[in-house]
Write a protein that binds this ligand. Structure first.
Ligand code: FAD
Length: 388
């Protein structure tokens, strides 16, 4: 049998350095995560998440495409390749890295004062300190402009009150990037999670991204000095700049989940026999595998294309929307089709397929839902906003 990557010659698209990064991430996930991740998913709990974060940091994967402050300073395409390999293991693992690097670290790297960058970034790059990113609230998800969390000045300090919901790494975090309404518009704050009045409650009963910590954050009169406020940025431009970074990683990551499901279904189709022959010999199964391979190939091509644009400095947010919308939608479809090829085994955690399919339900929703990205493309294509 031919591997889908080989069939389309996809590995030839990558440089030696990009391939080397893919291999080192694959070695880490195979050693540290793969043997345990189905168990973590089943229990809804990661063993030693701080230890795992330090291992990810030691390999240079945290804030890896940022410069300075102990970050690896790789290209965007190299970062994308790493996201693909992390998500080939589990979307929760890629989320852990995305939130740390592309949301929390990027926000501080891009918008915080020099003093705050020095305070947080080197420890975060090493995985010694964990960050989270609080934008979503219980009543405001797709429409963050109407968020209720509020920061008001009190002498030289700020007092923050509000609630954030569905926050990845929330209960693990040492620092929370919190976006809040102020008299000057939405502003960002780097809030130490040991500040009085700050609490994080882990969200239970998720059926998706179970090998990932998701939390509610409660800010009850949390006092931070003015230096914690991001000095320059006002309005949604701040959080949206960070989301664009994380969404870019998802364009790649989703294809990792798809690849794992596709590989599993291909292997299963060759080995499993019914009616006296391998199920891969039936045309209906071949059609599924061919269609999955087509969409996987197109998704990887799109990711590489967007990676090259990002490295050239010309990638636009709507192009990231195009990639996020397509690749997550197709990845979940690939996983669901793989599930059917595995029959009853497809629903078991003995195989990675249902775990990936369920994880992608979250990926479909977070970082802008399918519908939001469709509307972003709609505005560009028609000049008409259908958001309101
Ligand atoms: P809503 O905004 O209430 O949307 C519900 C439905 O209505 C969706 O289908 C949506 O597309 C649709 N809809 C809304 N408005 C329109 C419209 N104008 N036109 C058409 N359809 C519309 N957030 C963070 O800030 N930080 C995190 O770290 C984080 N991690 C997450 C981890 C997980 C596992 C999950 C599930 C979510 C996470 N989120 C995080 C939150 C996520 O970003 C939001 O769930 C997402 O933005 C959608 O918001 P919502 O759930 O409130 O849905």
């Amino acid at each position: 049998t031919t591997h889908p990557d080989e069939l389309a010659g996809l590995t030839g698209l990558l440089s030696d350095q990009e391939r080397a990064i893919a291999e080192s991430v694959r070695a880490l996930t195979a050693r540290e995560v793969e043997p345990h991740v189905a168990g973590w998913f089943e229990r809804g709990e990661i063993d030693d998440p701080r230890g795992l974060m330090r291992k990810l940091g030691a390999l240079g994967l945290l804030g890896m495409h940022l410069d300075g402050y102990g970050c690896a300073g790789t290209t965007a395409t190299e970062y994308g390749v790493a996201c693909l390999e992390l998500e080939a293991c589990d979307s929760g693992l890629r989320s852990m890295v995305s939130v740390q690097g592309s949301l929390a670290m990027y926000a501080i790297w891009k918008w915080a004062s020099e003093e705050e960058k020095q305070r947080w970034l080197p420890g975060m790059a090493a995985g010694e300190l964990i960050g989270c990113f609080g934008l979503t609230e219980p009543d405001h998800g797709s429409d963050p402009a109407h968020m209720r969390t509020r920061a008001r000045r009190d002498g030289g300090d700020w007092i923050i009150d509000g609630r954030k919901m569905w926050i990845t790494n929330g209960s693990l975090a040492d620092v929370a990037v919190i976006w809040a309404q102020t008299d000057e518009g939405v502003r960002g704050f780097a809030v130490p999670t040991d500040a009085a009045g700050f609490a994080a409650n882990t969200i239970e009963h998720k059926m998706s991204l179970r090998a990932s910590v998701t939390s509610e954050l409660v800010l009850d009169g949390v006092r931070v000095p003015d230096s914690a406020a991001f000095p320059e940025v006002r309005g949604l431009r701040g959080p949206l700049s960070c989301l664009s970074e994380a969404r870019y990683g998802i364009v790649w990551g989703a294809m990792g989940a798809a690849r794992t499901a596709l590989e599993c279904a291909q292997r299963y189709a060759v080995e499993r026999e019914q009616f006296g022959r391998p199920i891969g010999g039936f045309q209906l199964t071949q059609q599924k595998l061919a269609d999955m391979t087509l969409e996987y190939t197109k998704g990887v091509l799109l990711a590489v294309h967007l990676g090259r644009l990002k490295d050239a400095g010309t990638l636009r947010p709507e192009q990231v929307s195009l990639g996020k919308l397509n690749n997550v939608r197709e990845a979940i479809d690939i996983c669901r089709t793989a599930r059917t090829i595995l029959g009853a085994n497809g629903i078991s955690l003995e195989y990675p397929v249902i775990r990936h399919a369920n994880n992608l339900e979250s990926v479909l929703t977070y970082e802008g839902t399918v519908e939001m990205h469709t509307l972003i493309l709609g505005v560009k294509l028609t000049g008409q906003s259908a958001f309101q």
